[in-house]
Design a protein around this ligand. Sequence first.
Ligand code: SF4
Length: 480
Amino acid sequence: MPKVKENCGVVGIYSLSGKNVVPMVFDALRALQHRGQEAWGFAVPNKPPFKKVGLVSHSSSEFKKIAQEYASPCVIGHVRYSTMGTSTLANAQPLKVKDLCVAHNGTIANAQELSNLVGGCSFTPQNASDTLVAAERLVSLISENGEMGKALSILKNEMVGSYCFTFISDDNSVYAARDPKGFRPMVLGHKESDDTYIVTSESAAVTAVAATLQRDVTPGELIKLSKNGLETEKFSDDKSRAHCSFEFTYFAHPSSMMEGHNIYVSRKNIGRFMAKKFPIKDADLVIPVPDSARPAALGYAQELGVSFDEGLLKDRYSKKGPLRSFIEPHQSDRVEINRWIIPISEIIRDRHVVVIDDSLVRGTSSKAIIKALRRAGAKKISMLITYPQINYPCYAGIDFPSQEELATFTNGKEMTTEEITEMVRKSIGVDFLGYNDAENLADAVGMPKDSMCFTCSSGNYDSLGIKPDFTKREQVKAKI
Ligand code: SF4
């Protein structure tokens, strides 16, 4: 089975005043760029979707022409973080199935099984798009049942995974649906000046189009935007929630509001709570690994009364330098990005530095950063990770590697959390290593722990409804 990676950002926009909203989709997708750096696209009714590889901003010189050519009062869009190592444009979204275009954020873990319900032809090793399979099944359910809500209420029982979808149909309707447990985020905004609605992965995109955030889309909710305005219905009554906790430490934009909590404020609080858990009193300096860990490092330093400084800087001018390393699909690109995180010796030298990072996945980037800090003359290095130990793969939308590639992999040996921490500490070469825990993270954000997903840390896949027995992602998929 090929390795399918998904996260992405989605958007759907509908102007009741008839304004051409294609320029707005460019702005919204730029604001979602941190959710996917590989490809982007949008779709309007009765035209094939427009798709491009690379960053949205790389096409800015063509925006005016494209906006005229595709002029429409309704649009959906997508930024992609996904690859099979082959042509990313072929798998870029939106995808069109009959008269419906679809953009998807999440992972359908049982795409192969789902594909059997639509003839088994669309999911092949050469064309591994879980979104296409879900869209094909949805279209067939709509034709059997007559409406989107009913079709989704059936599809939700057939699909295993996480999903936020936006759809656009050739009859000029935009739909948005959020999975019943709310793994991935989705919000609704409105721009009063031209009576335009926007449904999107993050409120950063609502702000980017000068609209006002109205609310989170409720898990299990379907929103329809058409000439009749906004209509909403539930396709699931599931009350349990599994909001991805990783969004709060790494994935989401700091300006975004998620489940009523601002991400920047949450990260700063996570730093404060880390200071209570790990008060490293002899620290001279607190520095973040740029960029997502910055607010947490500031919160940690303020809580402890230790100096905060920028001891590591990202090179903004190299080709890959400004990008986010974790969501780059190829190891060589991740290495390239981390190679251009440069320490400032004058800040670091002869000091006990507390380095704050948002996660520790494979450990390769941490190792490289610690080595660079040692070369820069650090006297002692303590590292604090604002996310708990990542021990298991995610099947709900974030591409963690298979277990063997994780820094925490024990190769079948029974080990306590403390022993695993010690193993990772030695392997990355720090003097002290401390991980956050789920309770502390949830308390810092201000959400009940049981409303958040921590599966990649705990290995409890109940919220997805699967009980995997695996070491590899491919093995889990084969068992579902
Ligand atoms: S397994 Fe981890 S990364 Fe995946 S949805 Fe749950 S918390 Fe997020």
